[in-house]
Design a protein around this ligand. Structure first.
Ligand code: SF4
Length: 177
């Protein structure tokens, strides 16, 4: 494992500790298999570090032939939308199993996905309204959640791994499909 991969893993572990800590005391926390709200309304197609893309490529390659064909079809559809400049503001992630509400590459999912529920952009676009509603309807949980900061995580990933690579640039430069 190279240094960037190790640092990425360290960042993931730090996020995981915090996520588990908050979830452990809130049995109502909605992020689990079956809740795919985040995955159905990405603000844009995934933009990831080289290391994250490498892990995703491996995970997609390891899917069964049928599932892989379905994922590849969705990737290609999204690439066409990007090329035609018709990507909407709510992108459905091509790695999502829409019937199950589950990630098909869960173990290889990007860092951003590991922070779902906590990942807050300062412009207010990246956060979960289900959680927001829950938090503000519960007096016990309202005050002691420290939300993630999308910008800071983004900067940390770039600091560790270099500039993030957009979805279309990744699939244009790699032969992973
Ligand atoms: S990679 Fe997985 S967890 Fe992340 S948005 Fe896509 S389906 Fe959801």
């Amino acid at each position: 494992m190279n240094q960037a991969q190790q640092k990425l893993l360290d960042l993931e572990q730090r996020i995981e500790v915090r996520v588990q800590d908050i979830r452990a005391s809130r049995d109502w926390w909605p992020c689990r298999r079956g809740c795919d709200q985040c995955c159905r309304q990405l603000a844009q197609p995934p933009e990831l570090s080289l290391q994250e893309w490498a892990r995703i490529d491996e995970a997609v390659a390891a899917l069964s032939a049928t599932v892989r064909a379905e994922v590849v079809q969705k990737i290609e559809q999204l690439l066409v939308q990007i090329a035609k400049n018709i990507v909407g503001s709510h992108v459905v992630c091509p790695y999502l199993d829409e019937n199950e509400g589950a990630c098909r590459i869960y173990d290889a999912r990007p860092i951003a996905c590991r922070t779902y529920g906590f990942f807050v952009a300062r412009n207010g676009s990246d956060y979960c309204q289900i959680i927001e509603k829950e938090v503000f309807s519960r007096t016990d949980a309202a005050t002691d959640i420290v939300w993630g900061n999308a910008e800071s995580i983004h900067n940390e990933i770039e600091r560790v791994c270099g500039k993030l690579i957009p979805f279309d640039a990744h699939y244009q430069r790699s032969n992973s499909l």
